[in-house]
Design a protein around this ligand. Sequence first.
Ligand SMILES: C[S@@+](CC[C@H](N)C(=O)[O-])C[C@H]1O[C@@H](n2cnc3c(N)ncnc32)[C@H](O)[C@@H]1O
Length: 284
Amino acid sequence: MGDLVRVFLSLVLSSLLVLPALADIGDDKYKPTVGQAGKDVIWVPTPDEMVTAMLNAAGVTSKDLVYDLGAGDGKIAIAAARQFGAKAVGIEYDKDMAELAKRNADRAGVSGRVDMIQGDIFEEDFSKATVVTMYLLPDLNLRLKPILKKMPPGTRIVSHSFDMQSWEPDLRIETGAASGFMWIVPAPAAGQWTIDIPGFEQPAVLTLTQIHQMLTGSLKLDGKTVPIEEARMRGADMRFQVQWGGGEVLMFEGRILGERLSGRMQPAVKPTFIEGRRTARRPS
Ligand SMILES: C[S@@+](CC[C@H](N)C(=O)[O-])C[C@H]1O[C@@H](n2cnc3c(N)ncnc32)[C@H](O)[C@@H]1O
């Protein structure tokens, strides 16, 4: 059995297990069928419990603009508006489905906060989203990955069922019947940073290599170079620690804004505020 056929069947079967009220989907103008063809992927609705879990994992609030890529009957966009007070946009290629999603938003009383665009997710602009939700296929996630990774640091991406291979999720989502993943777009941090730390004559030099949200590298401070540990980005927030000898662990937390960073270093006794600037784009 081919991979896509297997994925297709697992989508349909898992949805049949958790969607007892399929007959209720649709209205007198249009009744879609679970498993019906779509442009790049069939239509299978995400179970309600998973919709809520995905939006919770992304920490959606009324300040967010949520885009659901391949919106189906609009249920994720509608839930984002109704349960979380967000603004939301669904992009759906199938015309009848997009029309149904609009009517569903009307019936749910959220048409003022929910837009449905009939279009192709690979052509429509969703760059203003603060949260992107998807229930697509592994290869579609991978095609979207370069676009998603260029979104502003801090943008949350949530996918029902399918991951993004080497880009490890920041959070795994499990409900009784389904699973999903959440990523936070990391700020670009790679390069060399010069950091002023009160109490030290010479600025520290932080050298970072980055793969997605994971960081490796070293810190040169007071003439001594030590590897950084537990180092990662969460959006624009960076953290790492170093073993400073004598059992002391120095913890660093900061925020990267373009070419500058600010934050604090936490030795055992008192936190010290630090400021830094990127002095080379690539580690040297
Ligand atoms: C698996 S369903 C998910 C529906 C909804 N997001 C949910 O989770 O309940 C995928 C949807 O994507 C739509 N779709 C497929 N290819 C698309 C494309 N290139 N652009 C926009 N929508 C697409 C299908 O018509 C289908 O409604």
